[in-house]
Design a binder for this molecule. Structure first.
Ligand SMILES: [Fe+2]
Length: 249
């Protein structure tokens, strides 16, 4: 995986398959992607878009025009240049594995994530999560509600433990600082934050890491509800409260 930082905290990904073919995920801008395609002699075959926001789509039209690649997305109205509209459970032929589409409404109503299952060439699955799941966090509820977002997150959380998680922004430090503001004694989060401060390693995470340290995936646990002072709350109520507190953190 080639990770291309953009606009401060966005992450664009290039994923290589079939020797010199590659796909791009959420190219918010074009120039840096073209540069790497040239340097590494890669042929861009496909763009996967997780949602319509400009910082994930800004480079799509120009990349398509310059490379002739095919554009895949979950929204034809709001993403310019989509050739193939996808929905939940669709599979796209890519290399020897294929890419599975997982609909994940919440951040936007038409957000999708893309999952490559393990194969002979990739021992672990790969998940591109856009602005739905972040390392230690989740996206804002811009067009969805707490219920749709928490259901979307639970779909991702049920993927195999060793799945590698590649998210659309690196907000990792802030997310874990927020988690500690809610649960100051959470040793798993504290340890993770220390590790990251030492190594600078944030992305990729794994589904196991997220299931053990991402407070938004743990919102339904008695520990988290107690920390929120909502011991009787339904899981989705605890999630909504947590998301609201993060908005003003
Ligand atoms: Fe977004």
């Amino acid at each position: 995986m080639i990770t291309i930082p953009a606009f401060g905290d966005n992450l664009i990904y290039l994923y290589r398959y079939n020797q010199s073919d590659c796909l791009a995920v959420d190219p918010g801008e074009c120039r840096s992607v073209l540069k790497i395609l040239r340097e590494q002699d890669l042929s861009l075959k496909m763009i996967l878009v997780t949602h319509h926001h400009w910082d994930h789509t800004g480079g799509v039209a120009e990349l398509k025009q310059k490379t002739g690649c095919k554009v895949i997305g979950g929204d034809k109205q709001r993403i310019r240049g989509v050739d193939q509209l996808v929905e939940d459970a669709d599979t796209l032929p890519v290399g020897d594995a294929g890419v599975h589409v997982i609909a994940t409404a919440g951040h936007t109503s038409t957000s999708v994530c893309y999952y490559v299952p393990p194969s002979p060439t990739n021992s672990s699955g790969i998940l591109w999560t856009g602005d739905t799941l972040f390392v230690g966090g989740c996206g804002r509820l811009l067009e969805g509600n707490a219920k749709s977002m928490s259901e979307s997150l639970q779909k991702l959380a049920s993927l195999p433990d060793d799945t590698l998680v590649y998210c659309g922004h690196d907000y990792t430090l802030e997310n874990y600082e927020f988690a500690l503001s809610i649960e100051p004694d959470n040793q798993a989060v504290r340890q993770r934050l220390n590790d990251i401060r030492q190594t600078g390693q944030t992305v990729p995470s794994t589904i196991l890491q997220e299931n053990t340290t991402n407070v938004f995936l743990l919102a339904g646990t008695p520990e988290l509800k107690a920390a929120l002072d909502m011991p009787q709350a339904k899981d989705v109520e605890a999630f909504a409260e947590l998301r609201q507190r993060k908005d003003s953190f």
